[in-house]
Design a protein around this ligand. Structure first.
Ligand code: ADP
Length: 501
């Protein structure tokens, strides 16, 4: 069942994930093809690729979602395969099917698996049949009255969720019966405009759960393995911002049972390629299937750092008909990821795109920065404002945390607002350091984190920017820069000089 080797790949995506995928292609000696919208003309993924083709326009529906144009380019560039990355067309079953019809391998699951697992309510009933525990809830509901009756049965609070939801959108908390009418209608409208599908359903709202997910690899020969978990409970607006592995809350026994359930879930969905089974874990350590993401996840690098596996390489091998190893490497050490966003935590985390003036990413032992930008690049307003993923590895959690603290201090990025000061506060917070956090950590500690992030000087980062400005002979600016800082970075760093350790 071995398909011919893949030699040339079109990456139907942009930003950090496009660069990330192309890096593996380069390691494997494969040729890469990039796509770019008007605002992405000078983007890093375009510069990195062997070939790049324009998608005129700016809005996603005119560019990275234009299947017809993408297939046209794939034909013109004579690629063998298409990698969809995450977001955009990655979980679009019709696109996966059409790729094959046009003669291109789709580096992802079969269209049928995306269909079965992509819709939350369909996936939930499939899992329940397969004996995987699901969050208590309902199928799609027609009316607010039906929802109110179901909510009485489940017990408030409940979540109204879009059947086609994703990215933390299309979710409403309902605490009492009086709120149901309004929330049901609002969620339906939101779901229709965001996902083109107005169907909504209910889930019991779990109190302070943990989000723990398992990485799956499955091949066309029927082998399904998991590569352990990622803890993703540090979230803002129901979206992850910090992930780590191993999870501070799993015992060996719970990991074994959840891993088995994840493999069962992937099998039930007829899954092939890399995927992720997401669970919520409640305060009594019971776990429930939440959904399956039928693609590479943003946070996949933490699994790569502890296993030594290149997941994109595995995805390509699986698409070629290759076998997944029966016993994957045991994880070693601890890994953490921080998502660096161009956003303003002080302003409800609203995106803050713009021109990147200076950028000096951190380095040194155990640090990996998966970035999609460079100094001088203008972050477009049209797309997700993720700038990079800072990923660290340590022999244990303590070392990984120290390295993450250091790396965030070193990170210099000026010109746009970022969440770096906010992340610095989280990775120093006593509850985070002790591994005592759940999905409500950020909402609960928000004021405290914002206060600290707003006031605390950023000694190393500021010092590094000042030194760079000086080196660039941008001296007037350096002096202004230093003048703006009170107290001086040299003093607050507690060291004679920013970089002298
Ligand atoms: P999306 O597909 O939009 O990412 P998910 O269903 O994966 O949405 O949920 C995202 C996050 O929302 C979860 O990680 C969790 O923090 C919260 N959440 C979702 N469902 C529930 C629930 N039933 N109870 C409590 N929190 C939930």
């Amino acid at each position: 069942m071995r398909h011919p080797k893949i030699r040339k790949i079109l990456v139907a995506n942009r930003g950090e994930i496009a660069v990330r995928i192309m890096r593996t292609c380069r390691d494997l000696g494969l040729t890469t093809v990039a796509l770019f919208s008007d605002p992405d003309r000078d983007a890093l993924h375009v510069r990195y690729a062997d070939e790049a083709y324009p998608l005129p326009g700016a809005a996603p529906q005119d560019t990275y979602l234009r299947e017809d144009r993408i297939f046209e380019i794939a034909r013109q560039a004579r690629v063998d395969a298409i990698h969809p990355g995450y977001g955009f067309l990655s979980e679009n079953a019709a696109f996966a099917a059409a790729s094959l019809e046009h003669g291109f391998r789709f580096i992802g699951p079969p269209a049928e698996a995306i269909r079965r697992l992509g819709e939350k309510t369909r996936a939930r009933s499939l899992m329940a049949e397969a004996g995987v525990p699901v969050v208590p809830g309902t199928p799609p509901l027609e009316t607010a009255a039906a929802a109110a009756a179901e909510a009485d049965r489940l017990g408030y609070p409940v979540l109204v969720k879009a059947a086609a939801g994703g990215g933390g959108k299309g979710m409403r908390l309902v605490s009492k019966a009086e709120e149901m009418d309004g929330s049901f209608a609002a969620c339906g409208r939101e779901a229709l405009s965001a996902f083109g599908d107005s169907r909504v359903y209910l889930e019991k709202y779990l109190k302070d759960p943990h989000h723990v997910e398992f990485q799956i690899l499955a091949d066309v020969h029927g082998r399904v393995v998991h590569l352990n978990e990622r803890e993703c409970s540090i979230q803002r607006r129901h979206q992850k911002i910090i992930e780590e592995t191993p999870s501070p809350v799993l015992t060996r026994d719970l990991r074994r049972r959840m891993g088995e359930a994840a493999v069962r879930a992937a099998r039930a969905g007829g899954y092939v390629n890399a995927g992720t089974v997401e669970f919520l874990v409640d305060d009594e350590r019971r776990f429930y299937f939440l959904e399956m993401n039928t693609r590479l996840q943003v946070e996949h690098p933490v699994t790569e750092l502890v296993t030594g596996i290149d997941l994109v390489e595995r995805q390509i091998r699986i698409a070629e008909g290759g076998a997944v190893e029966e016993t994957p490497p045991s994880p070693r050490g601890h890994a953490l990821e921080c998502r660096i966003y161009a956003e303003d935590p002080q302003n409800d985390f609203l995106p803050s795109p713009g021109y990147i003036k200076r950028l000096v990413p951190p380095g040194g032992p155990g640090i990996r920065d998966d970035s999609g930008v460079y100094a001088g690049f203008r972050i477009p307003t049209e797309y997700d404002p993720l700038i990079s993923k800072l990923v660290v590895w340590g022999e244990n959690r303590k070392q990984a945390l120290s390295r993450m603290q250091r790396a965030l201090e070193e990170y210099v990025l000026t010109g746009v607002r970022t969440n770096i000061p906010f992340l610095r506060q989280i990775v120093r917070h006593p509850e985070f350091l002790q591994g005592r956090y759940d999905t409500h950590f950020v909402p609960r500690r928000r004021e405290e984190l914002l206060r600290e992030a707003g006031h605390r000087p950023e000694p190393l980062a500021l010092a590094a920017a000042a030194v760079l400005a000086w080196l660039a002979e941008d001296r007037g600016e350096t002096i202004q820069f230093l003048a703006r800082m009170a107290p001086s970075p040299w003093k607050t760093s507690g060291r004679p000089g920013g970089f002298e350790r």
